[in-house]
Design a protein around this ligand. Sequence first.
Ligand SMILES: Cc1cc2nc3c(=O)[nH]c(=O)nc-3n(C[C@H](O)[C@H](O)[C@H](O)COP(=O)(O)OP(=O)(O)OC[C@H]3O[C@@H](n4cnc5c(N)ncnc54)[C@H](O)[C@@H]3O)c2cc1C
Ligand SMILES: *[C@@H]1O[C@H](CO)[C@@H](O)[C@H](O)[C@H]1NC(C)=O
Ligand SMILES: *[C@@H]1O[C@H](CO)[C@@H](O)[C@H](O)[C@H]1NC(C)=O
Ligand SMILES: *[C@@H]1O[C@H](CO)[C@@H](O)[C@H](O)[C@H]1NC(C)=O
Ligand SMILES: *[C@@H]1O[C@H](CO)[C@@H](O)[C@H](O)[C@H]1NC(C)=O
Length: 487
Amino acid sequence: MKKISLALGILIGYLPFSAADCNQLHALLPGKVFFEPSEIYNASISSYFPLQGRLSPTCILRPESAKDVSLAVKTLARKRSTHFAIRSGGHSPNHGFSNIDDGVTIDLRSMNDIALSKDWKIARVQSGAVWGDVYPVTDQVGVSVIGGRGGTVGTGGFITGGGISAFSRRRGWGCDNVVNFQVVLASGEIVDANAAHNKDLFRALKGGQNNFGVVTRIDLMTHEQSPFLGGAILYPKEAFDATLDAFTEYMNRSTFDPDELAELSYTYVGGDQSFSLLLNTFHSGSVQSPNSLQRWTSIQPQISSTVRTTNMSKKLQPSSCKVYADLKRVMYGTTSVGISPTIMKKAYTLWEAAVNDTLSRISGMNSAFIIQPTPPPPKSFANSLGFGNAAVPEADSVIVLLAHNWDSEADSKVVEDRTYELIREINNAAADEHVEERFRYLNYAASKQKIFDGYGQASKAFLRKVARKYDPDGVFQRQVKGGFKVF
Ligand SMILES: Cc1cc2nc3c(=O)[nH]c(=O)nc-3n(C[C@H](O)[C@H](O)[C@H](O)COP(=O)(O)OP(=O)(O)OC[C@H]3O[C@@H](n4cnc5c(N)ncnc54)[C@H](O)[C@@H]3O)c2cc1C
Ligand SMILES: *[C@@H]1O[C@H](CO)[C@@H](O)[C@H](O)[C@H]1NC(C)=O
Ligand SMILES: *[C@@H]1O[C@H](CO)[C@@H](O)[C@H](O)[C@H]1NC(C)=O
Ligand SMILES: *[C@@H]1O[C@H](CO)[C@@H](O)[C@H](O)[C@H]1NC(C)=O
Ligand SMILES: *[C@@H]1O[C@H](CO)[C@@H](O)[C@H](O)[C@H]1NC(C)=O
């Protein structure tokens, strides 16, 4: 074996000593395995959203089909000591969730086909595609999908973790708009999971992310969608009180509008020590009036506004072309709270205090406190997120995302500790007001958060059962190190 490795190593140039697994893959999938130093290897490493995503895998596999993935998984699963990572858009800020040191990274980005069914009712998207490539295809024929609001976000991680889109207050989570997943199991078998076949796997993948297999294709329901009102408004700090009141009112059941999605990002910019609010808002209903977003457009003062008639392709254009020039360390953390007349201001103030007492002292710190409504659960089937179908989180539950970026690894522990503490403080404030919530959104969570406990014991037990059934040897539990694990 070693001799073969060496021989191959000489053939293709330099190979690290511990590259036996990679050599084997290279022999099976010639031209699709990349080593350092090479342009394709480098391009993959430098394409991660957060700086800490830039790890050094022994090799990177760029599969071009489900068959390639199948061959790779079958090969990698043979040896327990082999570790690998699965990567779609590379946007997870958690260390090692979609890249790995000393192991193989399966970078799915060459698998980025996007095809509409003849009747335009289904969009078949390979899991290496990013949302910025999906919307131009759907917008063109007057339909849309429940996808990301950032062009470079991957379809694979977004959908399997839940997925909140511009249309989610009416149409729910991205995962609940999937009609079929094509999945490569630990055995290498390529299966479909849908309402008729592998129903349990279908449900588990809606919120269970990388615990069961490598998703290679996602078939998404489309919905008719004409251009809609949407955009961003930037407010200075003087407007914060009014915007927090407006958000509380927006969450109130008595004024509930399923077509209106608002995401409020209160941001501290360390460079000039300033606070501002970036509001991203959409009104996607078929009846459009300039008053649809008046709740927000009427609040003054504003620094700027881009609210206008738009579509998702246009909305995502700048970020799709984004060069990762401002690359930094990134951390996300999340909690969920029910709405009450005063909880949003209390939670906001706790974040501002954390900025004042700790985060503002970190070099290069930008920190955001981001709030938006929780999407509704499906009414006639189940996902894994643990909401009963009678729940109406779209009207009374708020997802809080704490997002920071900063310069130096030396400051990471301080940032992380303060973020976990802030989450506890917000939860305590919510408990005081009797609006504490169990759910934590996987795609916004920090690595130490207990996501599957947040789905509830029944859902967690279900996910474990499905993992045991489809992956009896625990390949996706033990060999795929990164990600939130059900065991
Ligand atoms: C700029 C930005 C904008 C965002 N906007 C939104 C938004 O509008 N709405 C929202 O809900 N979230 C949003 N997010 C969060 C985003 O949904 C998560 O970060 C998501 O996990 C990213 O998916 P990815 O494929 O890019 O990530 P990756 O880092 O590639 O993957 C994340 C996790 O999913 C697993 N995974 C990926 N692909 C597969 C697959 N094919 N099969 C099995 N497992 C897989 C990986 O192993 C990894 O553990 C945003 C994040 C950023 C950084
Ligand atoms: C890859 O990146 C490394 C480190 O940044 C650099 O030294 C090397 O020249 C690059 N190699 C290629 C082939 O681009
Ligand atoms: C999206 O909107 C832009 C600007 O309004 C327009 O130029 C473009 O044609 C639209 N795209 C589609 C596919 O409708
Ligand atoms: C919703 O609005 C009603 C009527 O204005 C008010 O009494 C109630 O407190 C509001 N609820 C919240 C959560 O703000
Ligand atoms: C944060 O500091 C600013 C400036 O000193 C002060 O005005 C504000 O009240 C502080 N906020 C909190 C929540 O402590």
